[in-house]
Design a protein around this ligand. Sequence first.
Ligand code: SF4
Ligand code: SF4
Length: 217
Amino acid sequence: MITITKPKPLEEIMPHLEKAKKVYLIGCGTCATICHTGGKSEVLDMKEKLEAAGKKVPGWMVIPTACDELTREALVENAKAVEEADAILVMTCAFGVQTVTMYSDKPVYPALNTLFVGKEETPGHFIEVCMQCGNCILATTVGICPLVRCAKSLLNGPCGGSVDGKCEVSPDTPCAWQLIYDRLKALGQLDKMEEIVPVRDWSTSSAGGPRRITLSD
Ligand code: SF4
Ligand code: SF4
């Protein structure tokens, strides 16, 4: 499972760097490298673009996994070049951006948009698999998430608009409820289609501030 990212347009990034003469660049060796948005070649490409725009790049690094504690160590190891910079441009998902922010007092800016948490279906094609709703229902939907895979996030069966097993919003997208139905049928559990899912408690979702959990031991 990886975090899927997409580059922000340079026109959106540059105004944030207006006052920064020197910019340090950070990429990520995991998700952003897989997405071709923040690996070594994209970081070097950004370096060229910034230099062409008159900025100096005192240093850059691709942290193996920018969202974990390695980031703190990497910032310490590269402190001299980071210190020289007026700003840090981070070519990782939002988790990486926030991790860099946590361990640096420099202005930190994102170069990517974080789209979703997903899987690589086929090389270069990513699909969202979980919106981290905090109340997983995969047990009743045979491992297929209707919250993300159904365009309407329907929990009690299909909307009636699918055609030939495809979602009515896009002929390229399988209808989530067709997938669920087919799998239930194959497992001999079609009776589960009759079960009514009660009105959902969304209090476990992301509304209402950051979610937190503390392990008991
Ligand atoms: S039901 Fe919630 S936790 Fe489970 S896969 Fe779907 S979004 Fe993720
Ligand atoms: S066609 Fe299927 S996937 Fe699309 S919105 Fe309707 S039930 Fe959901």
